[in-house]
Design a protein around this ligand. Structure first.
Ligand SMILES: *Cc1c(COP(=O)(O)O)cnc(C)c1O
Length: 348
């Protein structure tokens, strides 16, 4: 049975969160002399930045609630998903004792963040076609396994993890499943966010960095049971999401049809690019993708990578990752960029 109190690190339960000036007073007032801000203004003229941002990001969360029909108590915002991944590991995994489980090839930050926190990583590779090896994962889970990371669509393979397998893993697991949906907007399948109310040990991660086209803002979202969210709120740096980020993200959410249009364009370009790539001699296999990138098995990834660099095109060489021999990960570009890429590859 999943029991959050058993999963959270003992000392975290006793941490008193930082109480900001705006935590102690957030009513109406005319004069704010409580936060040691520069009362006169800021150096730049491009905006008003001289006040600390809302540490709870209430206005932004309200927008998300409106859109997703998920209560504010089940939403956590971080300085990119990367900050959230770090906070989750720090909240639930005891360094030098417990471990996380990941399924390579997958997003590199799970392992790096675990390493930074002196947390061991149990790696159970995806199968040759990048599916979850459910028996191997279940065999590998022990009482030390606190977090299980699933990336869907997976980076770098681009495929969606099988829904039944995810359900099975969640059901039989006493730890927390972290489902990273950074690329979900580009996929045909539904997000798992509407399932968090029924699953107390699921955290769904999303981000403004991909479909929304806002990686420079650094804004990630975690959706989970309110008890998990309140632990993350307790340990986060108080002003982890900048005021500028909150403001622009609200504007973005008011323009969701623009995001949907961009996604449709990228999905269309992805289809075109896959077709063009599949006709090339240098291409051995196109892995089916539901993200904004394509994992392409080539005749010689190292050589083609260098050849592309010489032609001023940078792709991601993934040949050294598990089951990715001779694979390049190519982000879907603009019409012109894709055309140029194909032209150059034709001459290889
Ligand atoms: C790009 C990406 C992210 C985004 O991280 P941010 O810190 O929100 O920019 C998260 N997870 C995966 C798998 C990614 O590929």
């Amino acid at each position: 049975m999943f029991d959050l109190e058993k999963i959270v690190r003992k000392h975290i339960a006793n941490v008193e969160p930082y109480s900001s000036a705006r935590d102690e007073f957030n009513g109406e007032a005319k004069i704010f002399l409580d936060a040691n801000e520069n009362s006169i203004g800021s150096v730049v003229s491009s905006g008003k930045f001289n006040r600390y941002p809302d540490p709870h990001q209430d206005a932004l969360k309200e927008k998300i609630t409106e859109l997703k029909k998920i209560s504010k108590k089940k939403i956590f915002l971080g300085n990119g998903s990367d900050e959230i991944i770090d906070l989750i590991i720090r909240a639930f995994v005891e360094p030098g004792e417990d471990e996380i489980l990941i399924m390579p090839p997958t997003y590199g930050m799970y392992e790096v963040t675990a390493a930074v926190n002196n947390v061991s990583v149990n790696k159970i590779p995806l199968t040759e076609h990048f599916e979850i090896d459910i028996e191997a994962v279940q065999d590998a889970i022990s009482e030390k396994t606190k977090l299980l990371f699933i990336c869907s669509p997976n980076n770098p393979s681009g495929n969606i993890a099988d829904e039944q397998k995810i359900k099975e893993l969640i059901k039989n697991f006493n730890g927390i499943v972290v489902l990273d949906e950074a690329y979900i907007d580009f996929a045909k399948t539904q997000s798992w966010t509407n399932k968090i109310s029924k699953i107390p040990n699921l955290i769904v991660l999303q981000t403004f960095s991909k479909a929304w086209g806002l990686p420079s803002l650094r804004l990630g979202i975690a959706y989970a049971d309110k008890n998990i969210i309140s632990i993350l709120n307790k340990i986060k740096p108080p002003y982890n999401v900048s005021g500028y980020t909150q403001k622009i993200a609200i504007e973005a959410l008011e323009n969701i049809e623009v995001k949907n249009k961009l996604v449709r364009q990228i999905v269309f370009r992805r289809k075109m690019l896959s077709a063009e790539l599949s006709r090339l001699d240098a291409v051995v296999e196109i892995h089916p993708t539901q993200a904004n990138f394509i994992l392409v098995k080539t005749t010689d990834a190292d050589d083609i990578y260098k050849y592309l660099i010489k032609n001023e095109i940078v792709v991601r060489n993934r040949t050294n990752l598990t089951n990715c021999e001779n694979c390049l990960r190519i982000t879907v570009g603009t019409e012109l960029e894709n055309k140029k890429l194909i032209e150059v590859l034709k001459k290889y």
